[in-house]
Design a protein around this ligand. Structure first.
Ligand SMILES: [Zn+2]
Length: 202
């Protein structure tokens, strides 16, 4: 697996591009995807999936442009669809972007399995994407390095978020690397021990 990080948009949201020799998928597109498109062309990659961990504007601003340029399909949970009608911080929303609903379950992606985990709390439709073969999970704004996501936005709920983290993320193997929507990556084992909100010290 090759993984490339592009911090995009006003909040420098982590946009992860994962690819093999010919195919690619993307996690979240928080701003102008020009450099992502350039990378895809330079490496002759076909982008098939745009996976959105949730539908806050800082994770979706560039989805429509990227889907339009590549023909890739964008996926998110229907439970977050109401967020597309809201404008956060007065920023433009991805209201016209077409998303295909993604429910919890598994499907093949590149040479691996993508397990879609329901991790609500930051938003009602929050998803995490676990790739057992890559020992990797993309967690959006649910879990951060030594922190967790905000729960004061529309539909957010603190007990729901901590329950999602404990039951769906902390049950993954300790060595699983967790890639969040903002800031540095961490591991499930490290956060189980050291996270002040949901770890052993909480
Ligand atoms: Zn968010």
């Amino acid at each position: 697996m090759n993984s490339v990080l592009f911090p995009l948009g006003p909040l420098e949201t982590n946009c992860y591009l994962v690819h093999d020799n010919s195919r690619a998928f993307i996690i979240d597109v928080g701003g102008d995807p020009a450099e992502v498109i350039a990378y895809l062309r330079e490496h002759n990659l076909s982008l098939t999936h745009i996976l959105c961990t949730h539908l806050h504007f800082d994770h979706t601003l560039g989805v429509q442009a990227l889907a339009g340029a590549t023909g890739a399909t964008a996926y998110a949970s229907d439970k977050d669809r109401f967020l597309l009608e809201e404008s956060s911080y007065g920023a433009p929303q991805a209201g016209k972007t077409a998303f295909v609903n993604l429910d919890p379950g598994s499907f093949p992606l590149l040479s691996a399995t993508c397990a879609v985990l329901s991790t609500p709390g930051h938003t009602p439709g929050g998803l995490s994407f676990h790739f057992p073969e890559f020992r990797t999970v993309f967690v959006g704004d649910s879990l951060f390095y030594r922190s967790i996501g905000r729960t004061d936005f529309s539909g957010g709920d603190f007990p729901t978020l901590t329950s999602s983290i404990r039951s769906r993320l902390f049950t993954l193997p300790d060595e699983t690397v967790a890639y969040p929507g903002h800031g540095p990556h961490t591991s499930i084992g490290e956060e189980k021990r050291f996270n002040p909100y949901v770890g052993a010290a909480a």
